[in-house]
Design a protein around this ligand. Structure first.
Ligand SMILES: *Cc1c(COP(=O)(O)O)cnc(C)c1O
Length: 404
């Protein structure tokens, strides 16, 4: 905790992260071996397409998909997946995106799968067609969407079906991929935050998804600006063609054959819609190493470690007046165990909202989970805390709750 950080040198407050992997405060702590790979990658040159071809192999091995690609985040992976679904390997369509007049550009999504992140689909030129209802959330019906409602929306304008994977999303992915396959429509799965468990790297591909998107900057703990797309070889080829700087004289155009089949394409494409989603050699090398480490990691040991850390935090603040702590032991909702701190606004030293606001505005800033303030609940997630930081967070909590 004591070391002077680069942020101190810049004169801005650093953040002690007690809320888990949140992009707006820097995501996760990159694996040291990935950081080392980035440093070493920076000193030498390489053909990015060769490096993407290698990444494709590693991702294919890890996921069971035919091929893979490294993007500048899961969101970028969604944009590129939509672009691939719309353009296929037609370089004239690639050239037009995001303009789609006269081109099949619809992505069908269950209404309850809509998130702010689907702007990425629209940015590629897609029109989202949402189906089903919000009945489950409102308590006005027992299901949100029926498979026939998705099927009914498929037409000659359809480019893909978009599916957001969560342990509780419906209908089951395999029902959607079955009906999609009957109509020869690709299914794009946003599984950005669905790791761990490690086996989820394979689960959605095995369930028949054509493209599956994961974030590289969450539990994989790769570079913040990375994501992974795993999927069908022809669609990954389209992603590569729309992301990489391809343009070269035809005679010397030699993209790696594992990634791009030159025979299948009508010429050399120019910079595509994905060109602004650049991935550098440093990020590529870092992500490959991080993914390999993630595959070797022991999830049980990590889960036990985080659970002990959460327990320590809970025990240290539990006796404060008006405070009740419980442990949410990870699993379906969150990767690590979280401390759920319920604060009685009448009797505690401060309200949940005051606690969150005060912690955020001190130096260093302390970020705790604030998604449940309407229930007077603050959550503490130990995933991004080292031991001195955990001690510091406990000290700050005890001070604000007037235990210290
Ligand atoms: C985090 C997240 C994303 C975005 O991931 P990035 O790697 O930050 O681009 C997209 N979709 C969902 C569901 C997410 O949780």
């Amino acid at each position: 905790m004591g070391d002077r950080t680069v942020y101190d040198e810049l004169g801005i407050p650093r953040v002690v992260n007690a809320t888990g992997t949140k992009t707006r405060i820097g995501g996760s702590r990159i694996r040291p071996e990935a950081l080392d790979a980035m440093k070493r990658a920076a000193n030498h040159f390489v053909k990015l397409s060769d490096l993407q071809a290698k990444a494709s192999e590693v991702i294919a091995d890890a996921t069971g998909a035919q091929a893979g690609y490294v993007t500048s985040g899961a969101d970028a992976g969604m944009l590129l997946s939509a672009a691939a679904a719309i353009a296929g390997n037609d370089i004239a369509v690639m050239d037009k995106l995001p303009q789609t007049d006269g081109i099949a550009d619809e992505i069908i999504m269950p209404r309850t799968h809509r998130t702010g992140y689907d702007h990425a689909f629209r940015a590629a030129g897609a029109t989202i067609v949402d189906v089903g209802t919000n009945d489950r959330v409102l308590g006005t019906g027992s299901t949100a969407v029926e498979p026939w409602e998705i099927e009914n929306a498929i037409s000659e304008r359809t480019a893909a079906i978009g599916y957001v994977q969560k342990p509780y999303t419906e209908p089951p992915l395999s029902e959607v991929t079955d009906l999609a396959a009957e109509h020869d429509v690709p299914v794009i799965v946003d599984a950005a935050a669905e790791l761990p468990p490690k086996r989820n790297l394979r689960t959605f591909t095995e369930a028949g998804a054509d493209l599956v998107v994961f974030s590289g900057g969450k539990a994989i703990r790769g570079p913040q600006t990375t994501g992974i797309v795993a999927g069908r070889r022809d669609l990954i080829q389209s992603i590569a063609l729309q992301n990489l700087d391809m343009h070269a004289a035809n005679q010397v155009w030699e993209p790696p054959s594992q990634l791009i089949d030159v025979e299948a394409i009508d010429g050399v494409p120019r910079q595509g819609i994905g060109r602004s989603l650049k991935v550098g050699k440093e990020e590529l090398a870092g992500l490959i190493v991080a993914l390999e480490s993630f595959l070797e990691s022991d999830p049980d040991a990590m889960r036990d470690h985080w659970h002990r850390e959460a327990q320590l935090i809970a025990d240290a603040i539990d006796s404060a007046t008006g405070v009740e702590t419980t442990l949410n032991s990870g699993g379906e909702i969150s990767v690590a165990s979280e401390v759920v701190v319920r604060i009685d606004p009448e009797t505690a030293a401060c309200t949940a909202t005051e606690l969150v606001g005060d912690l955020r505005s001190e130096t260093p800033r302390v970020f705790v989970g604030a998604d449940r303030l309407d229930e007077n609940v603050v959550t503490i997630n130990p995933m991004c805390l080292d031991e001195p930081e955990r001690e510091y967070v406990v000290e700050r909590l005890r001070t604000h709750l007037e235990l210290a």
